[in-house]
Design a protein around this ligand. Structure first.
Ligand code: SMO
Length: 621
């Protein structure tokens, strides 16, 4: 670990250029709004839109413009590569994905005597209010943003959109209520996309299978305009590396460039899946190069210490990942998975098993909460909106526990800037570790004040800053069979272990694991946005494949509960777990299935076509 002390970092960011709400002289990508119509009814508005005829001269897209670069180094990577017994290299290209929350973007804006109220489908009510106020030159107090129930978000609703600004502006100008709901096609075209990053990595390995050095380069093509979350995935992937592994020498670089497509932003995982896929593909490549079992090579390189670890990008809170892996392999009976695979191979099947060990950093900083106790009932007020993840249930449980009441005695209010205290929002797996810690601290303060004789009602307003960032971890295990003639993949079963610290509600946590897993499977096997000359080819569910229930294999969920030391509650994030670990495990399983035909590289999504192509190409060589 001593090598980390010499960690060196350089970064450069270009400030973002202003972005017009409606295209002015230049339309910079397909999907950019160029005109807006407000009318009494949606039908009238659509009829009016059809009367608008735009003549747009096509010009070639400018070359991708470099917006940000960051570089971290620790130890002496060049020397480690020079003395390595083995060097392996992989490239992982993440398809660009459409987040597809069930509820598309929706906003209604209502003029008030001195300002406006906006009902907005957002993860970040206070941030949306601040951004809207700044853009429209209003004082934040003149705006009220309400986002009580949000029909899914997955990162897509963490930033403000031009269309939303336009609606609020129109209501302000017209002095009348204005509303807008995106159609599904609009969401494909102009809401933020996720992933799309490509990473290349090289690992230097010694004769005992120990990882000596990691070199990684991450390329993030961003969209034609930059929502405020645009750079987060590229930054996250590099700050997480080398993930759960201890590697003394690193040379890590990311760069982000503007390209002329729809914007990209955070999407469930936001850099975590990219860091995981790169490390897990490298670990399997190292297993092959050294002849060690994939579990054994991980065991030799996973971090073993509970407590602070120094990664190239900074100090983080680590855990004994090697023991967690062994615990999982015992619970899941890994040898039986390998034996079943070998038996299927003996029958002539292309069968593989794959591991994906992941870490899930759960957000830094603060959130706030207000709790009021009166006559055996309590009200909890909280910023981040509920996106269907059971926020009210979990917060009511925490408050009931701390105040010695029952959950039925607790009213949870959230997502209203007029009444709820400020917060960063419901994103980055932060709401329970940080936000619920704020609720817990507020409840504790109330108990202290009550026990000191203060009379009810007692209200505590708490802004809670977590002393550190909670890092959840876990592992996914996949078994796959691939049809030799058609390439059709059949994911036969999966198992996982997730450690998200204190579990508030095991059923809700399991829901998060299953949902994240389904989206991870979508990335690994089905989903991809395709463009041709700037035109989106996959603009509907006819062309863009989302996983359905029948696509999911049986998933056995194991849990451990190591309390986090980085927040009052001891909780960590769980919402992104499945999207992080599952794609890596599935990718590794598919590669494990194919070596008899010497396929060493596969890219997501693992469709029948791509697998058939890989099998066919390998048999030609
Ligand atoms: S990608 Mo999440 O909403 O931070």
């Amino acid at each position: 670990m001593g090598g980390w002390a010499s960690s060196r970092s350089t970064r450069c960011y270009r400030s973002t250029t202003p972005y017009p709400i409606l295209a002015d002289a230049t339309v910079s990508a397909v999907g950019q709004p160029i005109a807006a119509v407000s009318a009494e009814t949606p039908v009238q508005a659509l009829d009016a839109v059809e009367q608008i005829w735009a003549e747009i001269d096509e010009t070639p897209a400018p070359p991708p413009e470099l917006l940000a670069m960051q570089h971290w180094q620790s130890g002496d990577a060049a020397a480690a590569f020079a003395r390595a017994a083995h060097v392996v290299a992989v490239r992982v290209a993440h398809p660009r994905l459409a987040p597809n929350p069930m509820e598309p973007r929706a906003i209604a804006a209502m003029p008030e005597s001195n300002g406006l109220t906006a009902w907005l489908s957002t993860q970040t009510p206070h941030r949306a209010r601040a951004d809207l106020a700044r853009i429209l030159s209003l004082a934040p107090e003149q705006l009220r943003v309400i986002a009580r129930y949000v029909g899914g978000a997955f990162g897509m609703k963490a930033s403000l959109y031009p269309e939303e600004v336009l609606v609020v502006w129109a209501a302000h100008q017209l002095g009348r209520p204005v509303r807008w709901t995106a159609t599904r096609s609009k969401e494909f075209l102009s809401a933020t996309h996720g992933r799309g990053l490509t990473s290349e990595g090289q690992l230097a390995i010694d004769g005992d299978g120990r990882f000596l050095a990691l070199k990684a380069r991450v390329e993030a093509p961003l969209g034609h305009w930059l929502p405020n979350s645009a750079l987060i995935p590229a930054w996250n992937v590099a700050r997480i590396l080398p993930g759960p592994y201890d590697i003394a020498a690193t040379d890590l670089g990311t760069s982000a460039r503007r390209v002329h497509t729809a914007p990209t932003g955070i999407y469930r995982g936001a850099g975590r899946p990219e860091a995981c896929a790169l490390m897990e593909r490298l670990a399997d490549a190292a297993a092959r190069a050294t002849g060690l079992d994939p579990a054994e090579i991980r065991r030799r390189n996973l971090n073993r210490l509970n407590g602070p670890r120094d990664l190239p990008a900074g100090r983080v809170e680590g855990a004994d990942y090697a023991t967690a892996l062994d615990h999982f392999l015992t619970l899941a009976d890994y040898p039986a998975w390998r034996a079943r695979r070998d038996a299927r191979r003996a029958d002539g099947a292309l069968a593989g098993v794959g591991l994906g060990f992941y870490v899930e950093p759960s957000g830094k900083g603060w959130e706030s909460a207000r709790v009021t106790l009166e006559a055996g009932r309590a009200t909890v007020e909280f910023d981040g909106s509920s996106q269907g993840h059971g926020r009210e249930t979990a917060l009511a449980q925490i408050a009931a526990d701390a105040l010695d009441l029952t959950p039925a005695d607790i009213t949870v209010l959230h997502g209203d800037t007029a009444t709820c205290p400020p917060g960063i929002g419901a994103l980055a797996s932060r709401s329970t570790p940080i936000g619920a810690s704020a609720v817990l601290e507020a409840c504790r303060e109330i108990i202290r004040r009550r026990d000191a004789g203060e009379s009810e009602p007692i209200t505590a307003d708490t802004a809670y800053t977590a002393p550190g960032e909670a890092w959840g971890h876990g592992c996914y295990l996949a078994a796959i069979e691939i049809d030799r003639d058609t390439g059709a993949p059949h994911l036969t079963r999966m198992a996982c272990l997730d450690d998200a610290g204190r579990l508030i509600n095991p059923l809700l946590a399991e829901g998060q694991v299953i949902g994240g897993f389904a989206q991870g499977l979508g990335e690994a096997m089905m989903e991809a946005l395709h463009f041709d000359d700037g035109q989106l080819l996959t603009g509907s569910f006819m062309d863009y494949a989302m996983p359905r229930t029948a696509d999911l294999p049986p998933l056995t969920i194991h849990k451990t509960e190591t309390l986090a030391t980085t927040n009052a509650l001891g909780a960590m994030g769980i919402g992104e777990a499945g999207t992080i670990g599952a794609p890596a495990a599935i990718l590794n399983a598919a590669l494990d299935a194919l070596p008899p035909l010497s396929v060493t590289d596969l890219q997501m999504p693992l469709t029948s076509l791509s697998l058939w192509q890989a099998i066919t190409d390998a048999s030609k060589e």
